[in-house]
Design a protein around this ligand. Structure first.
Ligand SMILES: [Zn+2]
Length: 220
């Protein structure tokens, strides 16, 4: 009898110890982050990727296109930037509209990354801003980083203001807005845009939500 009780006691201890180990090896938060995102039962059909909601191991983006090979209304920092076809086409329509309004000089600096590439970046990072493999939007092919020809920060350019104002019309959101750090877990990134489709982008803009808030609110 006593033996049994001890066995039960041990059994209860095991999960506690395991939980302790898990807590102690949790990835470090990035430098400017004040809270980690939470697991969300996302039923919106809009893909959510962050450290609490990682991509499945075998996730593959649909039909990636090399932007260098496309007729484009924007510039490229490199010849090996890929996005999904739908994301590229929406971005191209957006930058065509910018061009028509004499708002030129957008330069895409980054798009799709493989999980292996993300793991490499994460392992080699100095500043704590890279996400762990499986947790970066760049692994979806739905996100790009952008800048513009200018002497200062992208944020201080007219191109930034134009993009921030019009992106939702083409299905894009500024994914990591200022003030959203406590929900997204990521510091303000004026350069990172995410394709979510026009309907979701409009709702997100109208409510001033982050993508996390959209997925939480719209899944209820
Ligand atoms: Zn980015």
């Amino acid at each position: 009898m006593r033996k049994n009780r001890r066995a039960v006691g041990l059994l209860l201890l095991v999960p506690l110890i395991a939980a302790g180990i898990c807590l102690s090896v949790k990835p470090m938060k990035t430098a400017a982050v004040s809270a980690a995102p939470v697991k969300i039962e996302n039923r919106t059909g809009v893909l959510l990727v962050n450290t609490a909601n990682p991509l499945p191991e075998d996730a593959e983006p649909e039909e990636l296109v090399n932007l260098y090979e496309q007729k484009r209304h924007f510039l490229l920092a490199r010849s090996d930037i890929f996005l999904t076809r739908e994301t590229f086409e929406a971005a191209n329509r957006m930058f065509k509209q910018a061009e028509d309004e004499d708002m030129n000089g957008f330069i895409l600096t980054s798009g799709y990354r493989t999980r292996e590439k993300q793991a490499e970046l994460y392992a080699g990072q100095q500043d704590g801003t890279a996400q762990p493999p499986g947790c970066s939007e760049h692994e979806t092919g739905l996100a790009f980083d952008v800048t513009a020809r200018s002497d200062g920060d992208f944020e201080s350019t007219p191109q930034f203001r134009w993009l921030y104002q019009h992106c939702w019309e083409y299905g894009f959101i500024l994914r990591y807005p200022r003030g959203g750090e406590r929900i997204t877990g990521i510091a303000y990134e004026p350069w990172h845009y995410r394709y979510v489709g026009e309907e979701a982008a409009k709702i997100i803009r109208d409510h001033g939500w982050t993508l996390e808030e959209y997925c939480m609110e719209m899944s209820e």
